[in-house]
Design a protein around this ligand. Structure first.
Ligand SMILES: *Cc1c(COP(=O)(O)O)cnc(C)c1O
Length: 350
């Protein structure tokens, strides 16, 4: 079943942006520190935060398929959208630099943070270093509409443009996480282990939806994937993730009806805090705990919040004793610098 998934994925053009499979390692000092070990819970990290292009992150897997298609279509320019501190925008800028595409980023001013670190540091600085053109769009305008208008303008002058949606989460980009599911299944088969939970943050839904699509295509169930939503409300996230999992499964050649919206799509909305990109104390504590036990960095917008949810679920015994848990580390390190205020201030909280 894993080999059918592998051959279904090989039908799509792709480019290599990072070394795959990413490593999977156990984090025992963290297990000890958070009380997992005393209940026989083992925690593993899949290091999707390590990557060869643009400092790595989960968007590279999606860009491998999206920019493979852009090359097949002989595009010369790539346009994408995101928030001001978008990791997806930064990795698109880096991948475009590597592949020789011009890159234009339209960044929605959707997070009400005014510090210079937020507005010009972190990912924004890197976007500029990678040579992308940046336009910040006021939050009351739809950033995709602005991006599409720019694409039409460029096309009228003879340019060949690909527009990538937020987070790269079209069905084509989402194939990148069906491929990640394949890597996880291969790791399990090779190491004689089964992960009860595969834990991810959910922003634009492609990470969770791709894992669900890949597992379902391989004859397993999406309910193994547990997501913490950090962007939209829980119910909207749940519905959109189910729809994206189905359309990605269909693109792979599977039957979309095999994804059961209720049984297979697990989304917890309890750790987002007030809103997207607004830090929580639990996030800051989780970032520091992992940094100080394992020397591994999470990010403040996605993986830090998701990890704070996992720690709470371990603490409240919502994760069963004896479970093996795989946390997909999705990257986002530059975001830490954009949130210097928050992360430096509460430095003594743990
Ligand atoms: C985009 C992003 C996510 C969320 O992935 P989606 O596929 O958009 O749900 C998680 N972590 C980081 C660091 C990201 O940049």
């Amino acid at each position: 079943m894993i080999s059918t998934l592998a051959s279904a994925l090989e039908k799509f053009p792709s480019v290599a942006l990072t070394r795959l499979p990413t490593p999977i390692t156990r984090i025992e000092r963290l297990e000890q520190a958070c009380g997992a070990q005393s209940r026989g819970i083992r925690i593993f990290f899949k290091r999707d935060d390590i990557g060869d292009t643009g400092n790595g992150g989960n968007k590279l897997r999606k860009l491998e398929f999206l920019l493979g298609q852009a090359q097949a279509e002989r595009a010369d320019t790539v346009i994408t959208v995101g928030g001001v501190q978008s990791n997806h925008a930064r990795l698109t800028a880096a991948a475009c630099a590597k592949l020789g595409f011009a890159c234009e980023l339209f960044l929605s001013d959707m997070v009400p943070i005014q510090s210079t670190e937020y507005r010009e540091g972190g990912n924004v600085l890197l976007d500029r270093i990678f040579g992308a053109t940046l336009t910040v769009v006021p939050s009351d305008r739809d950033v995709m509409t602005v991006a599409n208008a720019r694409a039409a303008e460029l096309a009228s002058t003879g340019r060949r443009v690909m527009v990538i949606p937020a987070g790269g989460s079209s069905p084509l980009g989402t194939l990148g996480y069906a491929k990640c599911a394949r890597e996880i299944l291969e790791f399990e088969a090779q190491n004689g282990i089964e992960f009860r939970h595969i834990v991810v943050p959910n922003g634009s839904h492609g990470t969770q939806a791709g894992l669900i699509a890949g597992l379902t295509f391989a004859g397993q169930r999406g309910e193994r994937v547990k997501a913490y939503s950090v962007l939209a409300e829980r119910d909207a996230t749940h519905a959109r993730t189910a729809a994206l999992a189905r359309s990605t499964l269909e693109l792979l050649g599977g039957n979309p009806a095999n994804v059961d919206e209720h049984a297979d799509v697990l989304v917890d909305g309890g750790y987002r805090g007030v809103g997207y990109g607004i830090p929580t104390q639990a996030m800051a504590d989780a970032v520091r705990l992992l940094a100080r036990t394992e020397g591994i960095l999470l990010d403040p917008v996605y993986s830090g919040k998701a990890f704070s949810g996992l720690l709470a679920d371990i603490g409240s015994e919502r994760i069963a004793a004896g479970s093996n848990v795989l946390f997909v580390a999705t990257g986002g390190l530059p975001g830490l610098f954009a949130y210097r205020d928050m992360l430096a201030q509460s430095a003594t909280a743990i």
